[in-house]
Design a binder for this molecule. Sequence first.
Ligand code: SF4
Length: 472
Amino acid sequence: MNSLHLKSFIRCKRKAWLDFKGKKSYEVWSPHKAIDKINQFQIFSEFCNSHIYTGLKACENGYQGVIGFKIKGNLFQDINAEIRPQLLVKTKGKSIWGQYKYLPAVYKLGHKTTKEHLFDLAFSSMLLESFQESKIEKGLVISSFSKKINLEEIYLNKKLRKKVLNVLLSLNECLEGFMPEITQDRKKCTICTWQKFCDKEAKENGYLTDIDGIGSKTASALIKNGISDTQTLASYNEKQLGEKLSKFNDKKYEKATAFVKQAQAYTSGEPYRISNKNDTKDLLEKTSSGFYIFDIESNPDDKHDFLYGFLKINHWFTKKENLIYEPILNLKNNKEESYRKIVEILFSQKEWPVLHYGETEKIAIINIAKNLNFSFEEIDALASRFIDLHTFMRKSWILPLKNYGLKTVSNWLGFEWMQKNVSGSKALYWWIQYQITENEIFLKKIIQYNKDDCLATLQIAEYLIKNQSKKN
Ligand code: SF4
């Protein structure tokens, strides 16, 4: 077992097992992991003033920062372990290399220092201490906020070390045993490299957490009441279920209906129309003389939207080839220029609504309008043109899907992205690559991806319009 297994184990036991014994062909490349690695390297490099080198030789030469160094050793005599410290930082002391020693350091993305960081540091210190023949009292957590490096010192006391040893023992037991169950908290799965593999098994076994709105706590409550899979839930009496869902108080019957209907849609593969109000008619009227589809690509850690994409639609059901798509890049030094272009597009057709999927787009435009000192009335008027199709879809349909994300819904409608295995995180990965290399090919990929996102949103809008009169 190694540091990476420990990190996975803290998140999900099954992930640690799969990382160790799983069939690699079932694992999917993760842009999150790649982005994390790039950020990590940049921050470490800045922290060490670029004096960062690789492997054992770097320690022997006494360089300030050392990466890519692995140390093997034994825990409790008979357990083989390997540490892979993210970074070793030179400090005062005495070790096998001379009048200095190294401390382990980890990189932190958010504000919170978690068990993952503490355990990684404590585990690293255990084998590093005997390797460099020098005691390690503390480890470092390095992060960066608003372009400033932050350093936190973590004292690796006895209590923490003991805790980690216990976790390592459980990890060892887990790796030697059978594959653990899929985690109850499926939120953890969204950025996991084994998601596809686990999703398939969850669907086959009718996991309740596959049903939109059912998290680990609701799933446990349902299981306690004898509803253990999606099929059972789908055939359950809504009123009786409502009585069992007391934790939702006044909303219990509403929730029960939603869960049963969602389970019915999911197991049968058939969508269910919730409302037959005039909502879609209203959408059709508003868009009859034309509309925009709008989608942005962002770097949430940097709070930076790097691409705004507009698709101009004069008439419904126009051939895709005849639509005009306009990408506006927001390179860091030309913010004003991109804002000017956005305003120009939005006000070239003052009455047109702007269709988007999810709340981010509207928030971004309101922020731009504030930045440009628009009056309250102007901001209100602009915001009222935005129609969120994600909310719209959820209000009008129950779909036979696990979630209502843009990719999931449009894939179900048969939409295909020009580039394979893409996602918002992949676009972010390309953006980071572009910033490092300045190779325009990455911009082209991002623009193609965003154009496809706009077209996927359009396909969802067309579905809503085409099926407006359907009844259940
Ligand atoms: S997809 Fe979910 S259950 Fe499967 S290994 Fe990853 S986190 Fe665990």
